[in-house]
Design a protein. Structure first.
Length: 66
């Protein structure tokens, strides 16, 4: 299984969201904390899209081999 750009970008967005959330907690900024949580959700969604694309690609390859 290879990795596609949506999987990479999604994971990066999730990680940056976690960092932003923690910074919000440390500074007492509920706004930054909420933005971090939102970014994490977006990252997880984008990574999920990438996972679906990868599964479809793998399925296509398997069908072609038969």
């Amino acid at each position: 299984m290879s990795v596609n750009k949506d999987q990479v970008k999604g994971a990066a967005k999730d990680i940056s969201g976690k960092i932003q959330e923690e910074v919000g907690k440390l500074t007492g900024s509920e706004s930054q904390e909420a933005k971090g949580l939102q970014r994490q959700a977006e990252g997880k969604m984008q990574k999920g899209v990438g996972n679906v694309k990868e599964a479809v690609s793998d399925l296509k390859d398997a069908v072609k081999k038969q």
